[in-house]
Design a protein around this ligand. Structure first.
Ligand SMILES: Nc1ncnc2c1ncn2[C@@H]1O[C@H](COP(=O)(O)OP(=O)(O)O)[C@@H](O)[C@H]1O
Ligand SMILES: O=C(O)C1=C[C@@H](OP(=O)(O)O)[C@@H](O)[C@H](O)C1
Ligand SMILES: [Mg+2]
Length: 169
């Protein structure tokens, strides 16, 4: 296996956190969820950070977490948050330190997967409308990935199989 680390990117609800868990188990690698890393470092939940400190503060904490979790290490599967790709600085950290895998899903699938979880500050209000608007704004945000995998109608195991096949190449 060539890649030092695997970095999962993609819109909210594409399954980054879930697939990272499966991949880390398979490879015996360490799973890192960037949101969890931020929550631990900041001693606050993601919704609290957005509400109390604002999104720009969260984004700075996100960049710090990416550096902390990816630079100079190997054997990690890092699940990023859906907006971690928006800063060029973050994209550079990801591509320099691992195989970047973009997970995608159609709008229906995303809405279905995120609808019972109230912990995504950017999806407050009319859920379908918010997902549609953000998906439009982020249409090309994940294009820099080395690999792109559609997760709609696929099991977590199948998605992990596909990523593992790319690693073996
Ligand atoms: N391939 C899949 N098939 C069915 N449900 C999935 C799949 N991947 C993720 N889920 C479910 O969708 C929800 C969101 O997944 P999560 O891993 O938190 O996404 P992300 O980290 O990309 O926002 C969770 O409830 C998870 O169990
Ligand atoms: O898309 C985004 O900007 C965000 C995605 C979330 O992570 P998930 O993609 O794991 O839901 C989390 O980082 C935060 O709520 C912001
Ligand atoms: Mg996640």
């Amino acid at each position: 296996m060539n890649a030092r680390n695997i970095v999962l990117i993609g819109f909210m609800g594409t399954g980054k956190s879930t697939v990272a868990h499966e991949l880390a188990q398979r490879f015996g690698w360490k799973r890192v969820d960037l949101d969890a890393s931020i929550e631990e470092a900041e001693k606050a939940t993601i919704p609290q950070l957005f509400a109390d400190k604002g999104e720009p503060y969260f984004r700075r904490a996100e960049t710090e977490a990416l550096r902390r979790e990816l630079e100079g290490v190997e054997g990690r599967v890092v699940a990023t948050g859906g907006g971690a790709v928006l800063a060029e600085e973050n994209r550079a950290i990801m591509t320099a330190n691992g195989l970047v895998v973009a997970l995608t899903a159609d709008e229906e699938t995303i809405v279905r997967r995120v609808k019972d979880d109230p912990n995504r500050p950017l999806l407050q209000g009319d859920l379908r409308e918010r997902v549609r608007t953000l998906l439009g704004q982020r249409k090309h945000a994940y294009d820099f990935a080395h690999v792109r995998i559609d997760t709609s109608d696929k099991t977590v195991e199948r998605i992990a199989d596909e990523i593992a096949a790319h690693l073996a190449r």
